[in-house]
Ligand binder design. Structure first.
Ligand SMILES: Nc1ncnc2c1ncn2[C@@H]1O[C@H](COP(=O)(O)OP(=O)(O)OP(=O)(O)O)[C@@H](O)[C@H]1O
Ligand SMILES: [Mg+2]
Length: 322
């Protein structure tokens, strides 16, 4: 069982939101491996109502009507799922179940791709729909018009009918920006940032793992509070009793940036130089360069405050070495 560290503020904010009637779509965003999905699983298990958890990394439907709906399984599987949920004391579903016949009618365009879901959602108890890794929908082939239709349905479920909470999770903030524009979501959405763990939690976590304080501080100085990076360091520390892996991590990141820069131009190099010194404002960066840096996993764009950062503290360290 993996340890779950901190996130008190984020859990408090999420609980607050889920305690009030649904009224907007919540975007949970943050850099890659910052712990968004882990936090969502944690909240799902704590939440007293029904959670429909869409993991679009595991499943990337290419047809609009299959995004929120899944085919209702046979009675045996339904019974097994029912008992599994009872034993595990959770109410997590992986889609809204519809009969095959209904899905076929939707596929033929005879029925709206979302309308039949409204009655199903009404049958859930205090439902929350979590759409994790939503950017995969555009990679799986949905076009902008279909994405706008999906977003408009999610606005209908929250802001207009107040039937279910909707949480959209992604690290691809350029994508958030796009879909928010597609469906004019300005007045219909809220944002929650999930970033690095605070220094105190990191040091406490490393101490619990038996790491001497000087090594814990050294680790924090290089990798900061990124849960995934810390997890790697802990695995190595358990085996070797040192934290030398942090050097390997930054070296690997530096060579990746160097490689990417090889096929880039002078403006990209200028951007790398600038961002190695600290955050930049979106207005100072050409859209083309921003896209390049985000797609190559060098930088992270925060759509709420319009700032651009190195993807992680270890990436910042790596860039300094380029
Ligand atoms: N609060 C936490 N305490 C301990 N470990 C954590 C915590 N949050 C995340 N982790 C660990 O960090 C790793 C990355 O977390 P997770 O997959 O949740 O990130 P993510 O933000 O969803 O990433 P992605 O953007 O790639 O989807 C996992 O291995 C997870 O176990
Ligand atoms: Mg995730």
């Amino acid at each position: 069982m993996l340890k779950f560290i901190n996130r008190e503020t984020e859990i408090w904010q999420l609980k607050n939101q889920l305690d009030s009637p649904p009224n907007s779509v919540l975007f949970v965003y943050g850099p890659k491996s910052s712990g968004k999905s882990t936090l969502m699983m944690k909240i799902s298990k704590m939440y007293p109502g029904d959670v429909v958890y869409y993991d679009f990394r595991a499943r990337s439907p290419s047809e609009l009507h299959r995004v929120l709906a899944v085919q209702r399984p046979g009675p045996g599987t339904r019974m097994r799922n029912f008992f599994r949920r009872k034993v595990q004391k959770n109410n997590i579903f992986d889609g809204i179940e519809l009969h095959e016949k209904q899905l076929k009618m939707m596929a033929r365009g005879k029925v709206d791709p979302f309308a039949p879901l409204i009655n199903k959602i009404k049958k859930f108890h205090k439902p929350v729909l979590i759409l994790d890794e939503i950017q995969n929908l555009s990679h799986s082939g949905l076009d902008n018009q279909e994405l706008a239709q999906l977003m408009n349905f999610l606005i209908t479920v929250t802001k207009r009918l107040h039937l279910a909470h909707v949480i959209i999770v992604t690290s691809d903030c350029l994508f958030i920006d796009e879909i928010a524009k597609l469906a004019s979501m300005e007045e219909a959405s809220e944002y929650l940032y999930v970033g690095d763990l605070p220094k105190s939690s990191v040091l406490e976590w490393l101490k619990e793992e038996g790491m001497p304080i000087h090594l814990a501080k050294k680790t924090y100085d290089v990798v900061g509070g990124r849960p995934y990076d810390l997890w790697i360091v802990i695995q190595h520390f358990r085996a070797t009793n040192d934290v030398n892996v942090i050097n390997t991590m930054t070296r690997r990141k530096s060579s990746r940036v160097k490689l990417v820069l090889k096929s880039a131009g002078a403006s990209e190099l200028r951007f790398i130089r600038k961002i190695s010194k600290g955050p930049l404002t979106i207005s100072d960066i050409q859209p083309k360069i921003l896209k390049w840096a985000v797609e190559n996993e060098i930088a992270f764009f925060d759509p709420v405050n319009g700032e651009v950062y190195a993807l992680s503290k270890s990436m910042q360290e790596a860039i300094k070495k380029v």
